[in-house]
Design a protein around this ligand. Structure first.
Ligand code: C2O
Ligand code: CU
Ligand code: CU
Length: 532
C-alpha cells in the first residue's frame, strides 16, 4: 500500500529526535512520523465503500436528568449502501457493516480535545492501517484508512488506541462494532436483521450529575478499572423485547478490565456459535461464558417455546477473584444510589453477581429456525508448519509495583528487540506465561488475569496449562473458557500458560501485542512486534 502523505514542515522537525539506529532497524518510522499529521487518500486505491468518521465531544441521554458528556464518533457513508453505518443513540461509535472482499476507505476526522487514532480490532490489515499509536492524529487532523476486508465473517470491533490514553478514550466512548459478513455465513441463513443483535457490555462510574467518572490511583491501575454501573449498548438496565423465535446475539466485552461470567438465570445452557474470529465448526454448549475484555462470543438463543410475558435475565455470576490478586477492584465511592440493581453493597468487586441484561418475550410469531449442524470449516493450524515448532516465542506476563510488563519490558515507541522480530508469511508458536513457570508465590501476590491480544491475523489456541487447576479462582470460571476457533484475544489466568499458533501473513511492519485490560495496557503492558 502506497503512502500518500502530506508532509508538513513543522511536523517534520520532530524527525530530528529520531536516531539513525532506530531508523535502520525500523525503516517505516520515517513514514510513521510524517504520518503523524494524518494521511491522505491514495489515488491508486479504488474503494467500494467510503465512510467518514468524526470524533467529537457530545452530550447524550443515558439517565433521566442531565445528559452525559462523552466522546462520540459520528459516521457518514460517502459512497456505498447507507446500511454500512448505523449511528447509535448512546455514546457508542457507529456500527460498521462490511462484506469480505470489499475495499473500504475511512476518513477519520479528529475533532476531539486530544490526539487519537482508531484501531480495527481483529482485522487483518496492513501495518499502516492498523491504528498503531504512532499514527495518532491531533485535533483538526484527518487520517485516511484504506484497506480490503480480508477477514472471514465475524464480530470485530474498533476503538481508540492512543498510547497511555486508550483506557480513558475507550471509557469516554471511542469504541464500536465492526461486523463482517461473507458468503459462507450468509448461506447459513442465521437469524438476521432485527434478530441479529450486537450487544456490547461495559461498566462505568457516574457522578450525581450523570457524568462519567474515571479517576483512580495506582491501585486502580494495577487492578484495572471496575465500574458499578453496567451498560449494554450504552444503556443502563438494558431490556430487549424478543419474539418467540431464534436470535443471534453477538456479545462483546467492551469493558476496560472487567471479566464477566455470563449465564441465563433460568439455567438454560449457552449455545455458542462464534468467537472472536467468526463462526465455530459447530455449536458449543457451555453452562456459562467467561468473557474477558475485548473477547466476543456469538450465541444462539431460541425463545420459540417461551410464553409471551416470560422474562429472562443474563447475569454475570459470582466467581472467586481471590488468587487473582486479592481484593481486586474495590472501587467504591460515588455509587449512584438505586441505579445498581443487584450489584450488592460495597462497590463493584470483580466476581460479584449482578444482572447484565433482561430479555422479555413480547411477541408471538411462528418460525422454524434450525441451528445448522455444521457452521463452518476451521482448518487447524499445524505445529509442523510453524517456523519454530520446538522453541515457542515466550512472552512472560508480570506485574510489579507501578508497572505491568511483557518479558520484563514496558511499552516504548520504536523499541523493537530481537525477540520481537518475526518473518513475514510464517506461522509462529508462541506462549503467554502468567506465572506458570515461576509460580504465583514469586509474583509478590500480584498474579492477575491478563486478556492477551495480538494485532493482525487471528490465531488458534494450542493448549492451556495451569499450575493449580483446583485453585478456587481458576475453578470458578474455567468451565466458561472457549479456546476453539479463531481468536485474537485470550484470557491468561494467574498460574497459567497458554500456547498459540499465530500466522504472520501478507503484511510487514510493526504490529502491537498487549494486555487488553486497558489500564494494564496504558501502564505499559504493550509492545510492538515487527514483521519483516
Ligand atoms: Cu483492541 Cu490493540 O487492541
Ligand atoms: Cu487489536
Ligand atoms: Cu493485564
Amino acid at each position: 500500500m502506497k503512502n500518500n502523505v502530506n508532509i508538513q514542515r513543522r511536523k517534520l522537525l520532530k524527525l530530528a529526535g529520531i536516531s539513525a539506529a532506530a531508523l535502520a532497524t525500523f525503516p517505516s518510522l520515517l513514514n510513521a512520523k510524517t504520518m503523524r499529521v494524518g494521511r491522505h487518500a491514495s489515488p491508486d486505491f479504488n474503494p467500494d465503500i467510503e465512510i467518514k468518521l468524526t470524533g467529537k465531544v457530545k452530550y447524550v441521554p443515558i439517565f433521566n436528568g442531565p445528559q452525559t458528556r462523552v466522546w462520540k464518533v459520528i459516521g457518514e457513508v460517502l459512497k456505498g449502501p447507507a446500511k454500512t453505518i448505523t449511528n447509535e443513540k448512546s455514546y457508542l461509535a457507529p456500527t460498521i457493516r462490511l462484506h469480505k472482499g470489499q475495499k473500504v476507505r475511512i476518513y477519520l476526522n479528529n475533532e476531539l480535545p486530544s490526539a487519537t487514532i482508531l484501531h480495527w480490532h481483529g482485522l487483518h490489515v496492513p501495518s499502516e492501517m492498523d491504528g498503531n499509536p504512532m499514527y495518532a492524529i491531533d485535533h483538526g487532523e484527518t487520517f485516511v484508512y484504506e484497506f480490503e476486508i480480508l477477514n472471514r465473517a465475524g464480530t470485530y470491533w474498533y476503538h481508540a488506541h492512543t498510547h497511555s490514553l486508550t483506557a480513558k478514550h475507550v471509557y469516554s466512548g471511542l469504541a464500536g462494532f465492526f461486523l463482517v459478513s461473507d458468503n459462507e455465513e450468509q448461506s447459513l441463513k442465521l437469524p438476521s436483521g432485527e434478530f441479529d443483535v450486537p450487544l456490547v457490555i461495559q461498566d462505568r462510574n457516574f457522578d450525581q450529575q450523570n457524568q462519567l467518572k474515571y479517576a483512580g490511583g495506582m491501585m486502580m491501575k494495577m487492578h484495572g478499572f471496575l465500574g458499578d454501573q453496567i451498560l449494554v449498548n450504552g444503556t443502563p438496565d438494558f431490556e430487549l423485547p424478543v419474539a418467540t423465535r431464534a436470535y443471534r446475539m453477538r456479545l462483546l466485552n467492551g469493558s476496560n478490565s472487567r471479566i464477566y461470567k455470563l449465564a441465563w438465570d433460568d439455567g438454560t445452557p449457552i449455545k455458542v456459535i462464534a468467537t472472536d474470529g467468526g463462526l465455530l465448526e459447530h455449536v458449543e454448549t457451555l453452562p456459562y461464558l467467561t468473557l474477558a475484555p475485548a473477547e466476543r462470543r456469538e450465541i444462539w438463543v431460541d425463545f420459540s417455546h417461551k410464553k409471551v410475558g416470560t422474562e429472562l435475565t443474563l447475569r454475570s455470576l459470582e466467581f472467586s477473584s481471590s488468587g487473582m490478586g486479592g481484593g481486586m477492584g474495590m472501587m467504591g465511592g460515588g455509587r449512584r444510589g438505586g441505579m445498581m440493581g443487584g450489584m450488592g453493597g460495597g462497590g463493584a468487586h470483580a466476581g460479584e453477581d449482578f444482572s447484565v441484561l433482561k430479555v422479555r418475550v413480547s411477541k408471538k410469531v411462528s418460525s422454524h429456525d434450525v441451528l445448522p449442524k455444521r457452521l463452518s470449516k476451521i482448518t487447524p493450524l499445524r505445529l509442523a508448519d510453524a517456523e519454530n515448532p520446538h522453541s515457542p516465542r515466550r512472552i512472560t506476563l508480570s506485574m510489579r509495583h507501578m508497572s505491568a510488563l511483557l518479558n520484563g519490558r514496558s511499552y516504548k515507541m520504536n523499541d523493537i528487540r530481537a525477540d520481537e522480530i518475526f518473518h513475514v508469511n510464517t506461522l509462529q508458536l508462541m506462549e503467554f506465561d502468567n506465572g506458570f513457570h515461576h509460580g504465583m508465590g514469586g509474583m509478590g501476590g500480584m498474579g492477575m488475569p491478563h486478556p492477551m491480544h495480538l494485532h493482525g491475523e487471528q490465531f488458534q489456541v494450542v493448549k492451556r496449562e495451569v499450575r493449580n487447576k483446583s485453585g478456587k479462582g481458576y475453578a470458578s470460571i474455567s468451565a466458561g473458557f472457549l479456546d476453539k476457533g479463531w481468536k485474537d484475544t485470550v484470557l491468561v489466568m494467574p498460574g497459567e500458560k497458554v500456547t498459540i499458533l499465530k500466522p504472520f501473513n501478507d503484511f510487514t511492519g510493526p504490529f502491537m501485542y498487549h494486555c487488553h485490560n486497558l489500564e494494564h495496557e496504558d501502564m505499559g503492558m504493550m509492545r510492538d512486534l515487527l514483521v519483516k
